[in-house]
Design a protein around this ligand. Structure first.
Ligand code: UD1
Length: 386
C-alpha cells in the first residue's frame, strides 16, 4: 500500500506504482488521504502521471496540524486492518506521511519511507518534525542522497534499514520529459524561452507574515526588467487576496498541472522558490534555482546542483539579475541515483523473498542502543556537578 496526500507526493510514488503494476506477483493499493483535494492540486496529477485514480480516498481535507494528522490516523486505521498490507509506503514529509507511518507502525506493519533521512535541522518547520517522526518509525529507509545516510545513522537508525535507491521524483521527470518538451506552456502564455523568472512560494514561514508582501514588492520591481510568472498555491493565494494589492506586473496564475509546470520550469531563466522538490528538479535540469529559505534539507542541490540559498530574506530577490550573471553556464547536476531508475531499486527490495522483519529490525535498534550504552559504561557515566 502507498499512502499519498499532497501534490509533491504523487510524483514520488508514481514510478513505484507503475513498476508494481508490471509485476504479477505484487499488488498495489493506492490511498489518497485527501490532504490536497482541489482538482488542480490532485486529480490532474493522477491523470497526467497515468497512476489511475486512488483505490481509496480518506477525504481529510484542510485543518490544523493536529486535526489533519488525527483525521488521517482515524481514517487509515480501519483500512489497514481490513487490507493488512505487507508494506506501507509513505513518501516525503507532509502531515499525511507522518500520520500514516504512525498508524501502520503501531499496527506492527512494515513501513517504507521514500525520501528518508532529509534534515533541515530546523524544528520550526512542520515538515522537519514529520521527517524525524516518520524515519524513527520506518523499517525501510529509502534514501536519495548520501547525507541522508549520515543523518539517519546519527539518529541511531540501524545501518540495515537504510537503502540508497535514488530519487523517484526524478524518475517521474525522466519518464515525463518527452511530454514536457512537447508542451509549450510558456509560448501559450506569451513568454519567451529563457526570458522569465518562474516563482513558487507556499511555506508558512514566508506566506503567513509580513515577508510575503515584501517578496511581492521585490518581484514587482524585478518584473520591470524580467517577466515574472507565479503559479500560486491555494495557501498563498488566500494570503495575497487578503493583502489587497494593486496590480504589480507579476503574472499570478492558478496552480498548474505537472506537464504544464515542468514545461515552464524547463524554459525559465531561473526559479525562485521555497519548495523542496523544485530544488531537485531544477538541479537535474540545469536551471538556476534561488531558494528563499534559511536552510535546505537538500544540501546536495547546493553542493552538486544549481541551487543557491538566498535566506528567508525577500530583499535579496533584487540581487537575482546579478547572481544570474555570475552563474552563466550552470549545468545539469549529475547525482548518483538521480537517473530515472530509482523506483526499480525500491522494487528490488519489495521483491526480496523475505522482507526485513520488524522483529529483526527492533533487535537491531536494541543492539545499537546497547552499543551506545556499552560505550557510555566504558567512558564512565557523567558525574553530577555537585
Ligand atoms: C503541504 C505540506 C508541505 C508541502 C505542500 C505541497 C504539511 C505540513 N505541509 O502544505 O510540506 O510542501 O503541502 O504543496 O503537510 N488548500 C486548498 N486546496 C487544496 C489544498 C490546500 O485550498 O487542495 C488550502 C487550504 O486553505 C489549506 C491550505 O491550502 O488550509 C494549506 O494546505 P495544507 O495541506 O494544510 O498545507 P500546504 O500549505 O499545502
Amino acid at each position: 500500500m502507498s499512502v499519498v496526500g499532497t501534490r509533491p507526493n504523487y510524483m514520488k510514488i508514481a514510478p513505484i506504482a507503475a513498476g508494481i503494476a508490471k509485476r504479477e506477483e505484487l499488488e498495489h493499493v493506492l490511498v489518497h488521504t485527501g490532504q490536497h483535494y482541489d482538482d488542480s492540486m490532485s486529480r490532474v496529477f493522477f491523470e497526467q502521471l497515468g497512476v489511475g485514480a486512488p483505490d481509496h480516498t480518506l477525504d481529510v481535507g484542510s485543518g490544523t496540524h493536529a486535526v489533519q494528522t488525527a483525521r488521517v490516523m482515524e481514517r487509515l486505521e480501519p483500512l489497514l486492518l481490513a487490507l493488512a498490507p505487507d508494506v506501507v509506503l509513505v513518501p516525503g514529509d507532509v502531515n499525511s506521511t507522518m500520520a500514516s507511518a504512525l498508524v501502520a507502525g503501531k499496527l506492527d506493519m512494515r513501513v517504507g519511507h521514500v525520501e528518508a533521512g532529509l534534515r533541515s535541522f530546523d524544528r520550526t518547520m512542520p515538515e522537519e518534525i514529520n521527517r524525524v517522526v516518520t524515519d524513527s518509525i520506518a523499517d525501510m529507509l529509502f534514501i536519495h542522497s548520501p547525507e541522508a545516510r549520515t543523518n539517519l545513522l546519527a539518529e541511531g537508525a540501524p545501518e540495515e534499514t537504510i537503502v540508497a535507491v535514488g530519487n523517484t521524483m526524478i524518475d517521474t521527470l525522466v519518464a515525463m520529459l518527452p511530454r514536457v518538451e512537447e508542451a509549450s506552456t510558456g509560448a501559450s502564455l506569451g513568454l519567451t524561452k529563457g526570458d522569465y523568472l518562474l516563482v513558487t512560494l507556499h511555506r508558512p514561514a514566508l506566506t503567513d507574515g509580513p515577508l510575503l508582501a515584501e517578496a511581492l514588492a521585490r518581484l514587482a520591481e524585478l518584473a520591470r526588467e524580467l517577466p515574472v510568472v507565479f503559479p500560486v498555491h491555494p495557501r498563498t493565494r488566500a494570503r495575497i487576496d487578503a493583502l489587497d494589492l494593486a496590480a504589480t506586473g507579476v503574472r499570478l496564475l492558478d496552480p498548474l498541472g505537472y506537464i504544464e509546470f515542468m514545461s515552464l520550469v524547463r524554459s525559465a531563466t531561473a526559479l525562485l522558490t521555497d519548495s523542496g522538490g523544485i530544488q531537485e528538479e531544477t538541479s537535474f535540469l540545469g536551471i538556476p534555482c534561488f531558494t528563499l529559505r534559511d536552510n535546505t534539507e537538500r544540501p546536495i542541490t547546493v553542493t552538486a546542483g544549481t541551487n543557491v540559498l538566498l535566506g528567508l530574506e525577500p530583499r535579496r530577490i533584487s540581487e537575482i539579475p546579478d547572481l544570474l550573471a555570475q552563474r552563466a553556464g550552470v549545468r545539469p547536476a549529475s547525482i548518483p541515483g538521480w537517473d530515472g531508475a530509482a523506483a526499480s531499486r525500491v522494487l528490488a527490495v519489495l521483491e526480496l523473498d523475505e522482507l526485513p522483519s520488524r522483529v529483526a529490525l527492533t533487535a537491531a535498534r536494541r543492539s545499537d542502543e546497547q552499543r551506545v550504552d556499552g560505550a557510555v559504561r566504558e567512558v564512565g557515566r557523567p558525574q553530577p556537578l555537585v
